[in-house]
Design a protein around this ligand. Sequence first.
Ligand code: G6Q
Length: 547
Amino acid sequence: MSSTLKPLTRRPAWKALAVHQKKIKGRHLRELFAADPKRGERLTAEAAGLFLDYSKNRVSAETLKLLQRLATESGLRQRIDAMFAGDKINITENRAVLHVALRAPKGATILVDGKNVVPEVHAVLDKMVAFADRVRSGRWLGHTGKRIRNVVNIGIGGSDLGPVMAYEALKFYSDRNLTFRFVSNVDGADFVEAVHDLNPAETLFIVSSKTFTTQETMTNAQSARGWLLKGLGGSTKAVAKHFVAVSTNAEKVSAFGIDTANMFGFWDWVGGRYSMDSAIGLSTMLAVGPKSFRAMLAGFHAMDEHFRTAPFAKNLPVLMALLSVWNNNFLGAETVAVLPYENYLKRFPAYLQQLTMESNGKHVTLAGKAVDYQTSPIYWGEPGTNGQHSFYQLIHQGTRLIPCDFIAFAHALTPLGRHHDILLANVFAQAEALAFGKTPAEVKAEGTADWLVPHRVFEGNRPSNTILAERLTPEILGALVALYEHIVFTQGAIWDVNPFDQWGVELGKALAQRIVPELESRSSPNLKHDSSTNHLIRRYRKMKSSR
Ligand code: G6Q
């Protein structure tokens, strides 16, 4: 498909945007709002329980029209249809990309190589439900006959960030009789601290690994096995009662000693960073229960349907993606700050870092040609209001343009006095201050001494989106994650890159495998790296032998 497209910078809409950018560059959001008193009501859209206000972006009606034309000229419609049809759009790995099938309702049909995958998805879901019910009700017993009180998910990257984020986001709905921990880092401190206060007889490990070969996860899983057996008297029979696996690799799961009856599968058409709603979400289901998990899937599906069917002009993921392309490629913004004013979403920015940057951090097109434009911006963020007391200074008065996505909810899950109104007053105030700033005349009028005026001026004209929803429910979390998944998809379509591979992660992994024996060998290894790496290895070996 992409071969029939013109290179991005030669598409008519792109060229028109480049010309248009010169016109709009000098216009301030103050002017844009003054010229259109209803702008704040007009430049909004709504879907799947999420209300989006994008009026505080540096765009005119013309900009939006050109951006939507760019989406059309980039073949976005065809790409969306190809994804939902199960086409192998992950061309470098020859795979379909079907996280949308994970939340398709029973009875839907999505074909991969001529086979409907939806029944398999629901079979795994049903198996997860049966297991979750046994653990949550206390019917699943550990090796010594005690019920499970602690669940430890071992996984990394896509097999960790989604589960951690979802657990934190939905903690309000979780069973407080169960303790959840997440171990990802190969740094032993992660595992040691996670199990420090846990009783092995009451602990269940979920080894989450699509490939079941990932160095960090396998190392942690082996340590967990050792810790468990040591605590329970050494019988390897204990493993079956305290370990389950989430993987696509039955052979390796069984070689580890986990009964494949306790393995929850998924498929090669689910990318790691798109897998939190697959069996990788087993810890989420154990925490919040099957009903809430299914509600989350329904939220994902509602956003999928919106993305698939809504016209681009009203399509939340498409609009947000196009605005990010505008900010990134035409206004020169290098990052996007994601700022949830909801403490339960504290891990959401970290989750998005992988989703966005591992997906679109690419430098060649689908056809393998080097791009001559920027691809993914850097995503980062922290929950509000905390960030306001640290890095917001740079967003308000620094020299860089940092578009912000504010996320807020009308209702607190844990209402407490005036807290929520104060929280929401802050999010609205920040977006307002960023957009409109404070002019020298306004600063002067406050009686500020002349020499101090420049320091207290806020230029404004800083773009932001505000997403507002009723409350953080499992449905809304699903819709929110799907929103960003489809933003990433749309960006990838415009930039003509493959958001579904991650070859950049491979080189470091392969090199680490080579260096491990060089650190562990008793005799001096014959090092063949560059002089810096060789020297660091020698120095480390010396330091570790003289403890
Ligand atoms: C995600 C990446 C990566 C992956 C981890 C864990 O899209 O592919 O983050 O999830 O490397 O891989 P396993 O699940 O195979 O252990």
